[in-house]
Design a protein around this ligand. Sequence first.
Ligand code: NAP
Length: 333
Amino acid sequence: METTRIPGTALTPTRIGLGTWVMGGWMWGGIDDDAAVATIHAALEQGVTLIDTAPVYGMGHAERLVGRALAERGRRDDVVLATKAGLDWEGERPFRDASRRRLVQEIDDSRDRLGTDVVDVLHVHWPDPLVPIEETADAMREIFEAGKTRAVGVSNFSVEQIERFRARCPLHVVQPPYNLFERGIEADLLPYVQDAGMTTLTYGALCRGLLSGKMHQGSTFEGDDLRLRDPKFAEPRFSQYLDAVHRLDELAKERLGKDVVHLALRWLLDRPGVGVALWGARRPDQLAPLAGVMDFELDDAAMAEIDAILADTVQDPVGPEFMAPPTREARAA
Ligand code: NAP
């Protein structure tokens, strides 16, 4: 399993990390807790050493499951545990709050739920336009200097917001969305992070399952599943994305002896600036392709062919913006 160093720290996680958003049982049509814990164990057994979670994933539920999985297994020190702060919720409706008051409360709540004195990476989950970035950064610095996290990250921040943040607080990690279908960060964020000597934990490796190769025209989603309101999963785009997946799968099989799921993860790991790719899973079997990602690489010709397929199939691309949580004001309105 490939590893990487988080610059400025002693942390050396694997380049694939397990994402636990789905384990909150919220926004993904529910979760089986025992299967979720088994998935965390399966990831660790396969050599994955980074787990990414957040308080808002099920309003504490995912963090509690991660805490349970680690308590059952022991060896907490072998794991790079990443979580977040900066969102609050009313019932099950999240909204942004990256105030000092909220951040210092959340890190202590997270440490309790995760059963650990210190987390390895604490991210600000979303920038909060109602709180000056300087207040958020000063609070994160306070938490870092108190030894409650070993590294500081920001997620969903623009380059300009990162610059303001870094002027007040050490910053080690940036967590943006990135996958074959969502490439907005290539223009400025990825080069900036590289130049600044930081690393990335990129999220959404499989684009909410689209790139697993398991979805088809008849795929349906239930309950609160966010894919019911994801514009990629609505026609006419859904067919375009499925067509792209089909052609990428053909390429993977014919040229590489692989499947599209391997291709999607390998592509991410081979992009300059990507430190760790976060892959979400709810059941152990969903992690079965892991080993098959590590034993090949994509040359320039394959990269060019991938881009040509995307240009040819996805006529009307759309990003992950629909996922952005509201501000406190927008929620109240
Ligand atoms: P993802 O990895 O693109 O997709 C995960 C989903 O794809 C799974 O929940 C599962 O959903 C499906 N899947 C995974 N492996 C599969 C397989 N082998 N076959 C079929 N389906 C498979 O997306 P993600 O969970 O959104 O992102 C990864 C992680 O990044 C998150 O868990 C979270 O830790 C982090 N994240 C952070 C932010 C942020 O704002 N910072 C935002 C999003 C995500 P089904 O079983 O339901 O189909």
